[in-house]
Design a protein around this ligand. Structure first.
Ligand code: FAD
Length: 443
């Protein structure tokens, strides 16, 4: 069995390891166009901010370790074409400058996403960055050294995490957001305002409703961002306005895209082209609450899809269970988490959503360091089905979103949540945890 994998980060490497474990005789080859494999891109903002002492700490497995597992890894090898009828891929070896043809029995396309770079960002000015991979992270770090002012364009979670990181490095930070609030695609409006308040409390200047018109530069270096509200001076500009799935190779192989624009697969991660699989950020998945295909590119999803593809390519039968839209991030002292659908999303989908908001403390109020926690719980009017939750509080405390995520996986109800036997002792929660209080009020 000859298994070829395109892309060597979360999905690709999970697939390679699983395939070899499932079938130790399988011949597994990974082509990665960059010089890095198997690293945690999620940690990049924390290296830039100084919480993690160096980019090397993000590397999970080296090519040498993968080769010891029997996986043949080729760095700086870009797959440029697929002939699905002949079952071959065309690979450009960037160092040798030559093209080779590699046969496969099973092919995995795990090519991830790329950062969106609007026309105005493509000026070639130094000091303008996106953040997707290790070289981007290193380039930002180099730009930040000695800089005084940064401008971040985009108030999604990467823009927010970078706002904290650059502020921690002592820069004046302005964050521009086109929409009415930051974190607009993740939380309901009331919660978005709390995130903005936390940024402002830590000295980040947030300008929502701001449209970027262009970049200003001098001597080849960026000097500011031109907006509908005037010029924002900055020596470092980060463009964090979204991502686009890398689907060109899949399309060249005749693979169909889904309605989200990412690659459509079945639960075995098979595309509709025989022998061709897809996994990770470039692939859509089924949302278990809305029962709609979604494109939510996140780390656990990519790893899990890769595992499923790896087992199946090696002859097994694994299924990807779908997602429930769980996500979490932190800005300074505030953690924000969500799962399922928000009230706004439920409204947009025509679901009969109803929400309650509960403010409490993350552990017993009389025990030292009790901190505020806020929960919005959303259920379906009439049926009592649980639809989602959003939590805001100290970073560690909002991880209890996982309790709701677990119930959503099993199509649980608000009553199911209320009946759970959750852990209690004063340093950890109130006797009636905030989630139980919310379920009681909503039920
Ligand atoms: P990628 O990691 O994008 O890897 C795809 C690889 O394919 C790339 O290395 C690329 O070079 C290679 N490739 C593409 N085309 C070709 C080709 N033609 N030939 C050869 N190689 C090719 N997720 C979370 O869940 N939580 C977080 O907190 C979080 N934080 C993040 C913070 C940042 C700054 C970033 C950038 C991402 C974050 N993510 C987070 C997302 C997470 O990192 C991704 O979901 C995960 O890396 C996706 O893995 P992947 O293997 O699908 O794609």
């Amino acid at each position: 069995m000859r298994i070829v994998i395109v892309g060597g980060v979360a999905a690709g490497m999970s697939a390679a390891s699983r395939a070899r474990r499932f079938d130790p005789d399988a011949q597994v080859t990974v082509f990665e166009r960059s010089a890095n494999i198997s690293y945690g891109a999620c940690g990049l903002p924390y290296v830039i901010g100084g919480d993690v002492p160096g980019f090397e700490h993000l590397i999970a497995r080296t090519p040498g370790q993968m080769r010891e597992q029997g996986v043949d890894v080729h760095l700086r090898h870009e797959v440029t074409g697929v002939d699905a009828a002949a079952r071959t891929v065309t690979v450009f070896d960037r160092d040798a400058g030559r093209t080779l043809t590699e046969p496969y029995d099973r092919l995995l396309i795990a090519t991830g996403v790329r950062a969106v770079r609007p026309e105005w960002a493509r000026t070639g000015l130094a000091g303008v960055h996106v953040l997707r991979d290790l070289p981007d992270g290193r380039a930002i770090e180099a730009s930040v050294a000695g800089a005084k002012r940064a401008c971040i364009i985009g108030g999604g979670y990467i823009g927010l995490e970078l706002a904290e990181a650059l502020r921690s490095r002592g820069l004046d930070v302005t964050l521009l957001e086109k929409g009415p609030e930051v974190a607009g695609r993740m939380l309901d409006p009331a919660h978005q305002q709390r995130v903005r308040a936390e940024l402002e409390r830590h000295g980040v200047e947030v300008r929502c409703g701001t449209t970027v018109e262009g970049l200003a530069g001098k001597d080849g270096h960026v000097t500011g961002v031109q907006t509908n509200g005037g010029l924002v001076p900055a020596e470092v500009v980060i463009v964090a306005v979204g991502v686009k799935p890398n689907v060109e190779l899949a399309q060249a192989a005749g693979v169909r895209l889904g309605r989200t624009g990412a690659i459509a697969v079945n639960a075995r991660q098979e595309t509709h082209v025989e022998g061709v699989y897809a996994a990770g950020d470039n692939t859509e998945s089924l949302h278990r609450v809305t029962e709609q295909p979604v494109h939510i590119p996140l780390g656990l999803t990519a790893n899990r899809m890769g595992r499923v593809a790896g087992v199946n390519m090696a002859g097994g039968d694994a299924r990807f269970p779908g997602v429930v839209g769980t996500g979490i991030f932190k800005v300074f002292g505030l953690g924000a988490a969500r799962t399922g659908v928000t009230q706004a999303e439920a409204d947009g989908l025509g679901m009969e959503g109803v929400s309650v908001d509960v403010d409490s403390t993350d552990h017993a109020g009389y025990y030292p360091d009790a901190a505020p926690i806020h929960v919005r719980l959303t259920g379906e009017r009439g049926s009592g089905r649980l639809l989602g939750a959003q939590l805001l509080g100290q970073p560690g405390s909002v991880k209890r979103v996982d309790v709701v995520a677990a119930l959503l996986h099993g199509q649980g109800s608000v009553q199911d949540l209320f009946e759970l036997d959750l852990a209690y002792a004063p340093p950890f929660s109130s006797v009636w945890d905030v989630l139980l209080v919310a379920a009681d009020r909503l039920g």
